[in-house]
Every structure is written in structure tokens, then in C-alpha cells.
Design a protein. Structure first.
Length: 470
């Protein structure tokens, strides 16, 4: 559902009683939690009793299961997820009563009012980088508010209202939300076409990031990963527009540069220099080059804010991830099971590279659930090619969200493009079948990983149960 952003976004304490449609999702639950901590009376509804809801209930937030016009009750404002259907009874009731209705982006802007916003944007890596930056700032003695698209390992929560004037926010470009935040500073991890169901063309998608840089305070700054061509182009655009830009990466031209990168199992290590001067070592407990780039972007922002290098790297070194980002679900008989949110070809490649490092001498057995009909139509073949980095692949059908199904666009588009022998690729129907296929293929020493932004996240525990009962 597309809800227009109002010309004036009121601070959260002026919204009255707030009801959140889709409160179980990562984004809306984060907003609801901070509103409740700020003293706003909050309620909400969702189809599913998600892991975010118990913490909200502890704060006194009423969380209904299922949507009903009666849940709107005495609300003054609705904050609505983009996943809501046009016939959602709570939204229809709010419209009938003439209530204020805000999209997720405006809800987040409302809780950020009065803060110095540090926005983390990019096609990939937003959640991890937001978590890394928050962890680094906490270790450096700051107490920022934050809203992350997953559970932060350091706190066990996806958001909090801090005492600092800083607000670390994951800035989502999928629906244009990031154009409404007016950040003091921002990180852009990468820019590679996605969400073309909203933007239409690759050119329009890139222009949206250029518009995003125009929303940054002129006395603020932008951090870009120079190793990514899209982010490098954006850095040049922003500098030409007069914005202070800090570049990071392995590139010799980067302002904050990575040297001597070593990836070994679950550990990533490198040296970091700034303007040619060695700052010291960065050691991470998360695998993969893409995560190192995310961490150095967070480090560069912390340094630019005046935080000490040693404190920042301590916070980064203690970071063990966010939910659904290379998250270890368990181990049975030497078979480790991980889950990741990867749903774009670039993300699939990056996480399978990390999985390969973690697997060591073992094989990588991957299950992938395509997310969105439009994304699968555009990138299905590239998704399949990226999955070829695994040793065994299980593909599910498309997880349909925000769109109607298309019988011509199925997971078969992905499965047929995987460049492995047919015996090593399975196209299955349903989550239980995917779990069984993974359990049948896995051997001691292997690493099993489930990939996708839909309900494939539930497959890992099913696999562990099957392995444990074998």
C-alpha cells in the first residue's frame, strides 16, 4: 500500500495515540518501540505473532493478532507498513474517520525529530552497517537512538531511544523512504539497481540516491564505499555538489583505506589507514569482505564524529551480527545451519563467499526463496547464476509480498539458471519439502544456509530437527 508522505511531519509527541498497522515487522516495530519509550500511547496489529512483539508488550504496547476496524479504537494517527493491502480494514476505518495516516517513512521521521540523524543507505548491507555503527558508537561512549532492520546482537533489540542527540537509522530506498529523513550525515554502502517495481528503471533508481545526497545537511557529510562503482559515482556527484565526502575501501584512492585483508573462517582482519597514516588493526567476528567494507564505513563515520579509533574498533570487533544476517541457527552432528536475508544476486554471491570461508573443507548446501514477483522476473536468472557458488542448491517458489502472483514467474526461473549438474539442484514445493531436501543432502562438516527475505527463515530450525531425529 502506498501512503503519501505529508508535507509536514509532526514530532511523535504531537501525534496523539498511535496505532501501527503491521507492528510485527522489523521497521514498524522499531518505530513503535521508540514511540513507547518516548511516552506515546501505542497499539498495533499484525497477521503474525513475530519475535518483535514480546518486547513491545513488555513496554505496555497492545499488539493485536489479525486486522479489524475495531482495533483502531481511539487512535489519532495510523502508521502503516508498505506491505498492507489496499483493503486493510484498519486503514479503511482510519480513512472513514479522517484520521492522520502516515507511511513507515513518516513514522520514523516523527521519532527522529530533533535528533542529528545518521542515515545508513545502500542497495545491500544497510541492516548490518546500521548495527555496526550503533555498536561502535556505544563502545565509544555515545548513547544514540537507533532503528535497525534486525535484532542487534549487542542489545537484543531492533531499536531504542537513547539519551544522546544522535539517531542511527537504516534508510530504506525501496519505497523512497530515505528521501524524507534530512540526515546530518549518511553512509551509502553501494548502489546497484533493485526495487524496480517502484523505481521503474535503473536510471531512476540511481537518481533517487542522488536526491538522497541532496537531503543531507550542508554542514554534514557523506561516507561512500569507493570499491562499489555505483557508490563511487555517487561520491563524485556529491562532491561536485559541494558536500563533504569521505570514501572508504581497498581502493588506493580511498580516504579511509583497508590494507592486508585476511578472511579466515568466521574472522576477518585488516589494517586501516587514513590519509596514508596507519591507524591500527580491525578484527571482526563476522565473515566476508562485504562485511569488512560495511565495518570500515561505520568506522569512518565514527572517526568523523570525533570518536576514538580504539573504542570504535572494540565495538566493531564485538559485533556478532543482526538477526537474519549470516545468523547461526544451530549445529547437529557437525552440520552447521545458518540463515541470511540475502535476496538480490549481489547479496547471494557475498553471503555464499562468506559461507565458503566458514565451511572450510566442508561443502555449502544452500536453499533460496526468491522474494517478490517483480524482482524474480528481472533478476531470476542472475539469482540462479549466483547460487552456483554453492555445492548443492534447493530453490523454493517465489515469496509473494505486496504484489499479485504471476504464473509465468516462479522459482523455476531461478532453479533452471543454476550452473550446477541437475542432480545438485532441486526445485521444491513448500517449506517442509525444502527442509527435507537440505537434511537429505547435508553431511557432517557441511554448512547449510537458507537465503531469502521471506519465510524461508523458518526452514533452518526444521532442518536441525530433522538432523537431530535421524
Amino acid at each position: 500500500m502506498r501512503i503519501p508522505v505529508p508535507d509536514e511531519i509532526l514530532p511523535a509527541d504531537r501525534l496523539g495515540r498511535v496505532h501501527c498497522v503491521g507492528i510485527g515487522g522489523a521497521g514498524i516495530s522499531a518505530i513503535a518501540r521508540i514511540m513507547a519509550q518516548q511516552g506515546v500511547v501505542v497499539s498495533g496489529s499484525d497477521d503474525n505473532d513475530t519475535p518483535f512483539l514480546p518486547a513491545l508488550r513488555e513496554l505496555g504496547v497492545t499488539c493485536h493478532l489479525g486486522y479489524d476496524a475495531a482495533h483502531v479504537a481511539d487512535a489519532d494517527t495510523l502508521v502503516v507498513t508498505t506491505a498492507a493491502r489496499e483493503d486493510n480494514p484498519e486503514v479503511l476505518e482510519a480513512r472513514r474517520r479522517g484520521l492522520r495516516i502516515l507511511p513507515r517513512s513518516a513514522g520514523l521521521a516523527a521519532v527522529m525529530a530533533g535528533s542529528r540523524v545518521l542515515a545508513v543507505a545502500g542497495t545491500h548491507g544497510k541492516t548490518t552497517t546500521t548495527g555496526l555503527l550503533t555498536s561502535a558508537l556505544l563502545a565509544a561512549g555515545r548513547d544514540p537512538s537507533y532503528a535497525v532492520g534486525g535484532v542487534l546482537s549487542a542489545t537484543g533489540r531492533n531499536s531504542d531511544a537513547g539519551s544522546d542527540d544522535l539517531f542511527v537509522a537504516e534508510a530504506d530506498e525501496s519505497d523512497g523512504a530515505f528521501l524524507h529523513y534530512r540526515p546530518h550525515a549518511a553512509i551509502v554502502t553501494n548502489v546497484e539497481a533493485d526495487h524496480l517495481d517502484n523505481w521503474g528503471t535503473e536510471e531512476a533508481y540511481h537518481r533517487a540516491f542522488e536526491e538522497f545526497t541532496d537531503t543531507i545537511d550542508r554542514d554534514g557529510f557523506l561516507v561512500c564505499v569507493l570499491d562499489d562503482p555505483g557508490a563511487a559515482d555517487l561520491a563524485r556527484f556529491a562532491r561536485d555538489a559541494g558536500l563533504d565526502v569521505v570514501t572508504v575501501g581497498e581502493s588506493a584512492d580511498a580516504d579511509v583505506r583497508i590494507h592486508d585483508l585476511s578472511l579466515a573462517g568466521s574472522t576477518s582482519t585488516c589494517r586501516v589507514s587514513r590519509a596514508g597514516a596507519d591507524l591500527g588493526e580491525l578484527r571482526l567476528r563476522i565473515p566476508g569482505r562485504h562485511y569488512v567494507l560495511d565495518a570500515v564505513a561505520a568506522l569512518a563515520m565514527g572517526l568523523r564524529l570525533g570518536c576514538a579509533f580504539d573504542a570504535l574498533v572494540e565495538g566493531l570487533g564485538g559485533f556478532t551480527g543482526t538477526g537474519r544476517r549470516m545468523e547461526l541457527k544451530g549445529e547437529v552432528d557437525g552440520i552447521r545451519v545458518y540463515d541470511s536475508y540475502a535476496h538480490h544476486p549481489v547479496e547471494i554471491r557475498g553471503d555464499l563467499e562468506a559461507a565458503r570461508a566458514l565451511a572450510g573443507a566442508g561443502r555449502v548446501v544452500a536453499a533460496f526463496q526468491p522474494h517478490l514477483v517483480s524482482r524474480t522476473r528481472i533478476f531470476g536468472e542472475a539469482m540462479g547464476v549466483a547460487l552456483g557458488a554453492a555445492d548443492e542448491v534447493v530453490v523454493l517458489d517465489v515469496y509473494v509480498a505486496r504484489e499479485d502472483p504471476d504464473p509465468a514467474v516462479t522459482g523455476r526461473l531461478v532453479a533452471d539458471a543454476v550452473p550446477l549438474p541437475a542432480a545438485q539442484v532441486a526445485y521444491v514445493d513448500g517449506l517442509p519439502a525444502a527442509a527435507r531436501a537440505l537434511a537429505d543432502r547435508a553431511r557432517p562438516g557441511d554448512l547449510v544456509i537458507t537465503l531469502g527475505a521471506g519465510d524461508v527463515t523458518t526452514v533452518g530450525p526444521l532442518v536441525l530437527a530433522l538432523l537431530g531425529s535421524a
